[in-house]
Design a protein around this ligand. Structure first.
Ligand code: FAD
Ligand code: DLZ
Ligand code: SF4
Length: 521
């Protein structure tokens, strides 16, 4: 007996690894009977940077589970596994095979999250000779055109004003035309250091099921030379489990999110953070629905305004704003280097082996979990790279490879713009340079460090201190005119020349040691 003929395929719908949402624009009006979904694990995507092992495992496990749920929902899905012997290794190669298999009349796809992949999608119509409908990704609040219009109307771009427009647009935390509590931003309430506490909220852990275990074995085998460990893998890989973590956050951590947003504690990787970025970024969770759930908690009197506002600002403010900047600035943004920084990133970024306790903590948990919270990324690993004058492109590649939630649209502006000031102040009004005093104020790291945070120079002095003043001195021509940098430059100018020389000598000795130990990869 002949096998039954497959139903004809009118529309091919490729879904990329960060498009795992049921409400995806490419699926919206699709007919289950005549469409064919294509999910592809491809070598090119796993190696365009050396992603942390957990990042690859998370994406593949989430893709495989998503395919199952789509099938159960009546969709016809082609799933190409990485170890399929016929796998061509690239999005375009796999779409070509699917076009040959199904002879579709058209392709419908949701736009990509980075310039590199978007260029591939835009070439498909020519390559395959059939219409390709590239739809906008409406999982985000602001369209590219909306952001462009907003930005074109301003001399200087600042997140705060964009964020207010997003509050007005969504009605989130609004009382009519006014912000709840009479102010837009409660950030000044959000700077409390934390104490270690047994009652501290803990994120849920999701033991790998059989599908995820297969993926973990594949990744261990194929990506043994990639950074990070798979040992602690406990991420949610389905929408249902991601929602459980969302609920856990709303019930236990949100109330303290505001107060402790900038806090850091030894051995505590999560604190009051949500750990929801991986799920939001691949589409297992919906950003607006999450914000509405946060607002509901606030309106019910369960969480304070500084927590709800602070959290919602991160999502409808920062997350949307950095995406707008990414697409507005173009592919060239990745190569900006306003401070002319060229130093190689130290090898300990990939091993965590350093005697700077704050760095060892942030790097150690990054290698173990593929995650660190915002203030560690910004004020520990980011500030250190800034102070030593690390090449911002190398810093960008490190953040892109090492974090489970890293996709270029969100990672690049945060790293190159916010953290490294390599865009010359387009994204942030001043560099996030700081001495050890900041880390000492916001964490308990310095207590357990071999260096003394109160000393500026000498073999036992906290390296952040001399490096900070050396950074200030090195960039006087560029930064001294910045009104937000007036204070450090006043302090620097009041220091005796001998003190300045001693500080710069101490910084040089540290940087020389760093360079001597550097083993370029
Ligand atoms: P929470 O602290 O619980 O915050 C809630 C949510 O707000 C996050 O899940 C995230 O979706 C959003 N958010 C918070 N801050 C930002 C921000 N600055 N930009 C965009 N969204 C934000 N975030 C990523 O999602 N991917 C990245 O690759 C990434 N790279 C970063 C690189 C650097 C140098 C810095 C300083 C920040 C980076 N961030 C990135 C932003 C932020 O650090 C992470 O979103 C956050 O740590 C994720 O953990 P969480 O879900 O527990 O966040
Ligand atoms: C990051 C990533 C990795 C490691 N692997 C895949 C993959 O095999 N297949 C896939 O569809 N997507 C993967 N991704 C996510 C893509 O790189 C992402 O869709 C693009 O960077 C566009 O944002
Ligand atoms: Fe980090 Fe300096 Fe504190 Fe050590 S003393 S933990 S190096 S800030």
């Amino acid at each position: 007996m002949k096998p039954p003929r497959p139903a004809p395929c009118d529309t091919l719908i490729p879904i990329l690894g960060d498009q795992l949402s049921f409400a995806l624009s490419s699926l919206r009006d699709a007919d289950r009977a005549t469409s064919r979904i294509l999910l592809m694990e491809v070598a090119d995507e796993t190696t365009y940077v050396r992603h942390h092992k957990q990042k690859i495992a998370f994406i593949f496990a989430a893709m495989r589970h998503h395919a199952e749920v789509l099938r159960a929902d009546g969709w016809r899905v082609d799933y190409v596994a990485l170890d399929d012997p016929d796998n061509h290794g690239s999005f375009t190669g796999e779409v070509a095979r699917a076009v040959a298999r199904h002879d579709p009349a058209r392709i419908v796809v949701t736009e990509a999250g980075e310039w590199r992949v978007q260029a591939m999608l835009e070439a498909w119509e020519t390559v395959f000779g059939i219409p390709v409908d590239i739809r906008s990704d409406d999982r985000f609040l602001a369209t590219h055109a909306e952001f462009e219009t907003w930005a074109d109307e301003r001399k200087q771009l600042r997140m705060e004003y964009f964020y207010r427009d997003m509050r007005r647009k969504t009605g989130l935390l609004m009382d009519g035309k006014d912000p709840v509590g009479g102010q837009w931003n409660f950030d000044h309430d959000n700077r409390k250091p934390a104490q270690s506490d047994l009652l501290m909220p803990r994120p849920l852990r999701f033991p790998p099921d059989a599908i995820t275990q297969d993926v973990l074995a594949l990744v261990a085998d194929r990506f043994a030379d990639h950074p990070g460990s798979l040992d602690s893998f406990a991420w949610a890989v389905t929408a249902a489990d991601a929602e459980r973590q969302q609920q856990q956050f709303l019930d236990h951590a949100l109330a303290g999110f505001g107060d402790y947003q900038d806090a850091m504690l030894t051995g505590e990787p999560a604190l009051w953070h949500s750990l929801l970025s991986p799920y939001l970024n691949v589409g297992l969770l919906d950003a607006l629905a999450l914000c509405r759930a946060v607002e509901k908690r606030f309106r019910a009197g369960k969480v304070p305004v500084n927590a709800a506002e602070g959290f919602i600002r991160q999502i409808i403010g920062w997350r949307e704003y950095v995406r707008g900047i990414y697409w507005r600035e173009g592919p060239d943004y990745a190569h900006r280097n306003a401070l002319g920084a060229t130093r190689a990133l130290p090898a300990f970024y990939w091993t965590g082996e350093t005697d700077l306790h704050c760095m060892a903590e942030a790097l150690g948990q990054t290698l173990a979990n593929a995650h660190a919270h915002h203030i560690q990324r910004l004020m520990v690993t980011g500030t250190f790279a800034l102070l030593i004058g690390a090449d911002p492109h190398a810093v960008h590649l490190w953040y892109l490879e090492i974090y489970i939630d890293a996709y270029e649209w969100v990672e690049l502006p945060n790293t190159l713009g916010m953290s490294q000031f390599a865009d010359g102040g387009l994204l942030g009004s001043k560099p996030y340079a700081a001495s050890g005093a900041y880390i000492n104020k916001m964490s308990d790291y310095c207590k357990g460090c071999r260096y003394d945070v109160r000393q500026r120079t000498g073999p036992d002095a906290c390296p952040f201190n001399a490096l900070y003043w050396d950074f200030i001195a090195r960039h006087e021509d560029t930064l001294a005119r910045n009104p937000r940098m007036a204070m450090p430059y006043r302090t620097w100018s009041k220091m005796a020349p001998a003190t300045r020389d001693e500080i710069r000598g101490s910084a040089k000795a540290f940087l020389d040691r760093l360079d001597a130990a550097a083993a370029p990869r």
